[in-house]
Design a protein around this ligand. Structure first.
Ligand SMILES: [Zn+2]
Length: 224
């Protein structure tokens, strides 16, 4: 009884003061007015959390998808050249500043629609089986690339690893433009994804600086 009451109070506090729609079940969500499912419903766009627990709806498409004016690696498919409107300026500034500082960065893969993720996932299931597919490919709705807020970068050698000039520059400077290294080294237990020095995610300058200064992940920043 006491324990029940305790949980009730905790729940109440969360709902009342936490600001999250924690009580809202997925069934209550309508694709049209709640673009993001579950507990993600009231965060600002640039702080939306997409990972193995938090997904985007099938119909979620970022606003003002646009091709930024940055160089892309050869062979990047047209859809993947696009980013959400709010990150055009930040990504252009990041790439231009890198160039001024002697580092050539290329875009590799940014936006991926629900449909293309679904195709990639089901192709992988067919070729490698579901277990391997789940280990390497995000299920449709669970890829951060659907937000249009992230982009995989590369370099002219197509070898973007820790210790290369380009990856090191990105790791040290992305926050200046509002981006974070979304899957940092040593944080797999939190992000559930191996270190990816190439995958940067826009979160806005304030959050990016805080995350960079404290060496944390987006999950930790959002308290998830
Ligand atoms: Zn990526």
């Amino acid at each position: 009884m006491i324990i029940c009451l305790f949980w009730y109070i905790i729940d109440y506090i969360d709902v009342k003061f936490g600001g999250t729609n924690i009580k809202e079940s997925k069934a209550d969500l309508n694709d049209k007015d709640k673009l993001v499912q579950g507990k993600n419903t009231d965060v600002s766009t640039e702080l939306v959390l997409v990972n193995k627990k938090y997904s985007l709806s099938k119909n979620y498409k970022p606003e003002a998808l646009t091709i930024p004016n940055i160089p892309f690696a050869d062979g990047t498919e047209n859809e993947e050249n696009h980013v959400a409107g709010i990150i055009i300026k930040p990504i252009e500034e990041l790439v231009n500043t890198a160039k001024q500082e002697g580092v050539i960065l290329l875009g590799n893969s940014a936006y991926r629609s629900y449909k293309s993720q679904k195709d990639t996932y089901s192709d992988r299931v067919k070729s490698d089986g579901r277990k391997l597919a789940n280990a390497y490919v995000a299920k449709p709705g669970f890829s951060e690339h659907q937000t249009g807020l992230c982009i995989d970068m590369t370099n002219e050698d197509r070898y973007f690893m820790k210790g290369t000039k380009e990856a090191d520059w990105l790791g040290e400077n992305a926050y200046r433009f509002g981006f974070i290294i979304r899957y940092p080294e040593g944080k797999k237990s939190i992000t559930d994804i191996e270190y990816e020095p190439w995958h940067i995610r826009y979160v806005g300058e304030k959050a990016a600086k805080y995350i960079y200064d404290n060496g944390i992940t987006l999950e930790e920043y959002l308290g998830k």
